[in-house]
Design a protein around this ligand. Structure first.
Ligand code: ADP
Length: 637
């Protein structure tokens, strides 16, 4: 027995025990090797007229034997001589290439995992196999040789028999354990499934014997009581589809074909809303095919949802969901990226540091962005549907990047416009704004219907300014993160000083405040810690408007406080509340009268009622509904 070199042993150990967590990919690795071997022979035939081999003669065959517990991957490719078996399979990584890769990695300055750079593919067979036997006959040779190993200490090479050139890799599966059921690979369906999943786009046919059932022919002399009989037979079938759809030009593929591919590969029953194809050539060559689904998967906003694109290297799937190819706010995008330039890295960690991958990710992001913008401009209805499905993620992207992604994403946003009564972009809001308008006004609450009825919203609308409605919990956080759009600040109509009042209104309010200082002090005392201030409203200035409203001073709005209260640790964040009174409202006269009569109990009762009423109107929770209803009841007695 020949021993594995020390470095090989170390790598082998690492491999089997840690790197690949996904055991089933051994099949993909063996098929990829077979495909390479076939490729090599095909290439040879192209350059040597004496080799009478056409593309159609070449294939890969997968079979299994339930009793012997073996899985065999055969090819009629270039094969290996005795020396090649020794050299190629005896050492995982030739030391010269190890040096080369190490040096390169250092030069690139990338913290790349060296192991990840190697074609350690063949050895993945030892993840599931207790022994692996490789019978190979090199093209143009008469002799065949068998390489055999248990993947631990070393291997043997002995004479063997094989009809024709090519290689058979026979994996004898490990014994089942309590945790591992290796027998699961011993099924027609299981293998077919794995081939379709991982090797669907291998350029040569991957064939398998499949069992089928057919009806036996009806005998000529069949009587009336003849019943159809069935028999099983086997047939060799090509399992993979070979030509990847993403390699084909968009003009050559029909939308139906794209739709079919999308639905089959990404398990959706609805056609995609958008199909985006990228073909990049030059320093980095790759193809990408991306889809924007037409509906949100049910688990999109759950913790279990995994974003990512399928990553192929030369038609072979190396990762089903490569997260690094998509930013979180485009997590809904499905699709594949295929690049021959990517090293066949094996673990997520190694890919993360890959600069080529980053370049592809950037391009993917730009392309998705521009496609969405195009959809917004040319198919508004579809875009609104899209935004209904996935807008939350985009808003969250702006918020979670602290506004850093504003420039890229803000023009994709849609909000409901109270004035136009439909969804508008921020640009559309600004286009329809008043010439003197200094801010983008918005209101946050549960539904557009409720918000439309809110007196403070109405008062801004009455002054001729449009108000955007924020009805998703992330909306206001998104606006706050943006701060401004095209130099117009976002302003919550229920917060701070809007500065919309006329000079006359301002003077009136100041006069009313001065005149009734005692009343305002008494109201503040009555409400205690609940408010930081009671003041004359410059928002509610008409007799017909509401008697009072609650607003918030400072960066935290009432709606944000409400949302945060539902989150761990968020209960402590409190707004600075202001009870604003409409000095023109008849109720204000009633308050004044109570104050002048020295009826402190009544002032307190009215203060509580007005405060709670305002909260209810604004869709905010009140502390003590029982006390509130008792207060109302006491007025009715
Ligand atoms: P990689 O394929 O990435 O080089 P592997 O460890 O999978 O690494 O295989 C090592 C080498 O063994 C291959 O480079 C190839 O030369 C040879 N080899 C593996 N499988 C086959 C096969 N089916 N036919 C011919 N050569 C093979």
């Amino acid at each position: 027995m020949k021993k594995f070199k020390t470095e090989s042993k170390r790598l082998l150990d690492l491999m089997i025990n840690s790197i690949y967590t996904n055991q089933e990919i051994f099949l993909r690795e063996l098929i990829s090797n077979a495909s390479d071997a076939v490729d090599k022979l095909y290439f040879k035939s192209l350059t040597d007229q004496n080799i009478p081999i056409g593309k159609d003669d070449l294939e890969i065959h997968v079979s299994f034997d339930k009793d012997a517990r073996t899985i065999t991957v055969s090819d009629n490719g270039i094969g290996m001589t005795k020396e090649e078996l020794d050299r190629n399979l005896g050492t995982i990584a030739h030391s010269d290439s190890l040096d080369f890769k190490t040096e390169n990695a250092e030069k690139q300055g990338d913290a790349v995992d060296i192991i990840g750079q190697f074609g350690v593919g063949f050895y993945s067979a030892f993840m599931v196999g207790s022994t692996v036997r490789v019978v190979s006959r090199a093209f143009g040779e008469d002799e065949a040789w068998a390489w055999e190993s248990d993947g631990i200490e070393g291997y043997t090479i002995s004479e063997a028999e094989r009809d024709g050139h090519g290689t058979d890799v026979v994996v004898t599966l490990k014994e089942n354990t309590e945790d591992e059921d290796y027998d699961r690979f011993l099924s027609e369906y299981g293998l077919q499934h794995l081939i379709k999943q991982y090797s669907n786009y291998v350029r040569y046919p991957v064939r398998m014997e499949v069992t089928r059932t057919r009806q036996k022919p009806k005998p000529e002399d069949a009587g009336d009581d003849w019943k159809p009989e069935y028999e099983q037979y086997t047939e060799t079938e090509t399992v993979n589809s070979m030509i990847p759809i993403w390699k084909r030009r968009k003009s050559e593929v029909t939308q139906e074909e794209y739709n079919e591919f999308y639905k089959q590969d990404f398990h959706d029953f609805a056609d995609p809303a958008r199909t985006i194809s990228i073909h990049a050539e030059g320093a980095l060559t790759y193809d990408a095919l991306l889809f924007v689904p037409s509906r949100a998967p049910y688990d999109l906003y759950s913790k279990d949802f995994k974003k990512g694109l399928a990553l192929y290297s030369s038609n072979v799937l190396i990762m089903e969901k490569c997260e690094d190819l998509l930013p979180d706010y485009f997590n809904f995008v499905r699709g594949v990226v295929d690049s021959q330039d990517l090293t066949l890295n094996i673990s997520r960690e190694t890919l993360q540091h890959n600069s080529q991958l980053r370049a592809i990710a950037n391009k993917v992001e730009k392309k998705v962005k521009s496609d969405l913008a195009d959809m917004r401009n040319t198919d508004r209805e579809a875009y609104e549907k899209f935004f209904e499905n996935f807008g939350r993620g985009i808003k969250y992207g702006i918020y979670s990047s602290y506004g850093m992604k504003k420039d890229e994403l803000a023009d994709l946003l849609l909000f409901y416009s109270a004035k136009q009564e439909k969804m508008v972009t921020l640009d559309e809001y600004l286009d329809a704004a008043q010439p003197d308008q200094e801010a983008i006004y918005y209101a946050a609450g549960e539904t557009t219907e409720r918000l439309a009825k809110m007196p403070i919203v109405q008062s801004v609308l009455d002054r001729g300014y449009d108000v955007l409605f924020c009805t998703q919990d992330v909306d206001e956080f998104c606006m706050t993160a943006m701060g401004e759009y095209k130099e117009k600040q976002f302003k919550n109509v229920a917060g701070g000083d809007l500065g919309l009042e006329t000079e006359a209104e301002k003077a009136e309010a100041e006069a009313a405040a001065k005149e009734n200082e005692g009343l305002f002090d008494a109201l503040k005392d009555a409400l205690g810690e609940k408010v930081t201030k009671v003041a004359v409203s410059t928002r509610l200035t008409a007799e017909s408007a509401a008697p009072a409203c609650v607003t918030a001073e400072g960066p935290l709005s009432l709606e944000m406080e409400k949302i945060l209260a539902g989150q761990p640790g968020g209960e402590e964040l409190k707004t600075q509340r202001v009870l604003e009174l409409n000095a023109k409202h008849p109720v204000f006269d009633v308050l004044k009268a109570a104050q002048n009569a020295g009826d402190a109990d009544k002032v307190k009762l009215y203060a509580d009622i007005l405060y709670n009423q305002a909260l209810l109107v604004e869709g905010l929770p009140i502390d003590d509904p029982v006390a509130y209803s008792q207060a109302i009841a006491s007025l009715m007695k």
